[in-house]
Design a protein around this ligand. Structure first.
Ligand code: AHG
Ligand code: MN
Ligand code: MN
Ligand code: MN
Length: 336
């Protein structure tokens, strides 16, 4: 066998973050500890997802969540796993989860300086059919020295210090940005370590794919409708684009990040603010897109400039390749 079989200079996510930390001598390692607990949660959910079919985790948990969605057992399990992991890190102050109506204020003895907003299981409608699902998270620093309140969380996405997602698919891939670019790590189950497999991800400037639920076309506004029309029937001689829509944001965004193109969840007459939630879906994915050289737009403004007023607030979102989103921005500008 080649000597590579025993390459032990592997760059694990832990070593990678420690290297990053060494660039901030003032850092006391709090972020590294927080991240290691998020990574632990991802490993646990990854193994639960892989065993879901066998462990009878498939199917409904019999309750509905604040979103009015049927909660599948994996939704409930992954929510509990991340809440426990984050609180036990001793580095968090406030937690906001898609699955909990109210924010979780960590007890004083376990408080740290970070607020974590997260979607413990994204794409849950795809659990039973084995399509990729994921976890999405964003991290804010919270000014300490006062009792934590909701105001500490309602910050624009541009204030995030880190964001990422873990996709539970054919492999378990964790994509992370701490504000200096985007890096992807793949779980090596034999080592139980996330190994750096996608260093310094940059999204192609322009793509050949658009990703939207065409089933909502009847209710789209004019700029969205004309953008999609142009993807199908280009005015110039360029070939039509391909439509790829998985229905798990994590999977659709991961493909967009690697292959380029645009991902859209527009507003429509039925849902004037679209469907995706600002704090734990729109912001983390927009943060990653900008860090990878792409753009993220709400139809009115740069997504990361939005200031949320409610925990589970929704926003339309157009994100992806710089040029593709530029076209959408031009169409909305022309309409306003
Ligand atoms: P979640 O499973 O966390 O509630 O998120 C589901 C979201 C997102 O993953 C995906 O992009 C979107 O729902 C798909 O919505 P449609 O089925 O309406 O297209
Ligand atoms: Mn949901
Ligand atoms: Mn989601
Ligand atoms: Mn979810």
């Amino acid at each position: 066998y080649s000597v590579d079989a025993h390459r032990t200079d592997l760059m694990t996510i832990t070593r990678f973050v420690l290297n990053e930390q060494s660039k901030h001598p003032e850092s006391r390692g709090d972020f590294t500890i927080l991240l290691s607990h998020i990574v632990l949660g991802c490993k646990f959910v990854c193994s639960a997802v892989n065993k879901a079919g066998l462990a009878k985790l498939i199917g409904l948990a019999g309750e509905t969540n604040v979103q009015g969605e049927e909660q599948k057992k994996l939704d409930v399990l992954s929510n509990e796993v991340f809440i426990k992991a984050l609180i036990s890190s001793g580095r968090t102050r406030i937690l906001v989860s898609e699955e909990d109506e109210e924010a979780i204020f960590v007890e004083p003895s376990k408080r740290g300086k970070y607020c974590v907003v997260f979607d413990p299981l994204d794409g849950s409608s795809n659990i039973d059919c084995g399509v990729s699902i994921g976890t999405i998270f964003g991290i804010y620093m919270v000014k300490d020295g006062h009792e934590p309140t909701i105001e500490d969380v309602l910050q624009p996405g541009k204030n995030m210090v880190a964001a990422g997602y873990c996709m539970y698919g054919s492999s378990c891939t964790l994509v992370l940005s701490t504000g200096t670019g985007v890096n992807g790590f793949t779980l090596d189950p034999s080592l139980g370590e996330f190994i750096l497999t996608h260093p310094d991800i940059k999204i192609p400037k322009k793509g050949k794919i658009y990703s939207v639920n065409e089933g909502n076309a009847k209710n789209w506004d004019a700029p969205t409708a004309s953008y999609v029309e142009q993807c199908k029937f280009p005015k110039d001689s360029s070939p039509p684009k391909s439509l790829r829509y998985i229905g798990s944001m994590v999977a659709d965004v991961h493909r967009t990040l690697l292959y380029g193109g645009s991902f859209l969840y527009p507003a429509d007459k039925k849902s004037p603010n679209g469907k995706l939630r600002v704090l734990y879906e729109v912001f983390p994915m927009s943060f990653l897109m900008e860090q990878a050289g792409g753009q993220a737009f709400t139809g009115k403004q740069r997504a990361l400039d939005l200031v949320p007023t409610k925990l589970h607030e929704r926003s339309p979102i157009f994100l992806g390749s710089y040029d593709d989103i530029g076209e959408i921005k031009a169409l909305y500008a022309a309409e306003s």
